[in-house]
Design a protein around this ligand. Structure first.
Ligand code: BG6
Ligand code: MG
Length: 225
């Protein structure tokens, strides 16, 4: 039986990718590295420090900074990013999300969040969603970033469900791989994703009906137990 649906945040509930991009772009410029939107897409779902490492590698400067200097760069990026979060309101919810959350609540399916963003609580508050999730995995307690399944497994544990009883929704390849590795059913949002159990072009297509249909089709024997 389907007991829980676990959402990624950035790119699924709201779209903060351009805010991450602006902050990273200005930090990268200070150290002589140029990044564009295409490169930024490869940072989707990647933790702050891992993102910085990818940017340094992209600019051929992987070994140019000490751990303390990298920490300082990540802090500058985060300060810029947090500043830009003041532009986020409930209007920034992606299409179909408010309706799907309400339908899941109505269907008594548990709702979880599995975001690697340490700013997730601030973003949920700005979106007016602080009460919308039954459990949010704490990114600060996660040792291994997506595509490792750790954060999705932590969300399942927090919700009191088995991974086999849950659907995960993601917009990043690393996230789809994490959901699959956790043993959950995966739903991909947007283009360019591989191995998603169900692929949707946008969150506008999400609904309880579509998730229940996907579940019944992919886990038929369990669904009727
Ligand atoms: C993910 C984003 O949700 O959070 C990544 O897709 C980001 O781009 C990561 O790097 C970490 O976010 P934060 O807010 O902890 O820097
Ligand atoms: Mg995402």
């Amino acid at each position: 039986m389907l007991k829980a649906v676990i959402f990624d945040l950035d790119g699924v509930v709201t779209d903060t990718a351009h805010l991450h991009f602006q902050a990273w772009q200005s930090v990268a410029a200070t150290i002589g590295i140029e990044i564009d939107e295409t490169f930024n897409a490869s940072l989707k779902g990647i933790s702050r420090m891992d993102s910085l490492m990818r940017i340094l590698r992209h600019g051929g400067k992987e070994a140019a900074f000490s751990a303390d200097e990298r920490e300082a760069l990540a802090q500058v990026k985060n300060a810029l990013y947090v500043d830009s979060l003041s532009t986020i309101t409930a209007q920034a919810l992606l299409p179909g999300i408010a309706r799907t959350l309400a339908e899941l609540r109505q269907a008594e399916v548990r709702i979880g969040l599995a975001s690697v963003s340490l700013n997730a609580p601030t973003i949920l508050h700005a979106l007016g969603l602080s009460e919308a999730f039954d459990f949010c995995a704490d990114a600060s307690r996660i040792a291994r970033s997506k595509p490792d399944p750790e954060i999705f497994l932590a969300a399942c544990r927090g919700l009191g469900v088995q991974p086999e009883e849950a659907i995960g929704i993601e917009d990043a390849q690393a996230g789809i791989d994490a959901i699959n590795a956790a043993g959950m059913a995966s739903v991909g949002i947007g283009g360019g994703l591989q191995r998603a159990g169900l692929q949707l072009a946008s969150t506008a297509q999400l609904s309880w009906h579509c998730l229940a249909d996907f579940w019944a089709a992919s886990r038929c024997p369990q669904a009727h137990r």
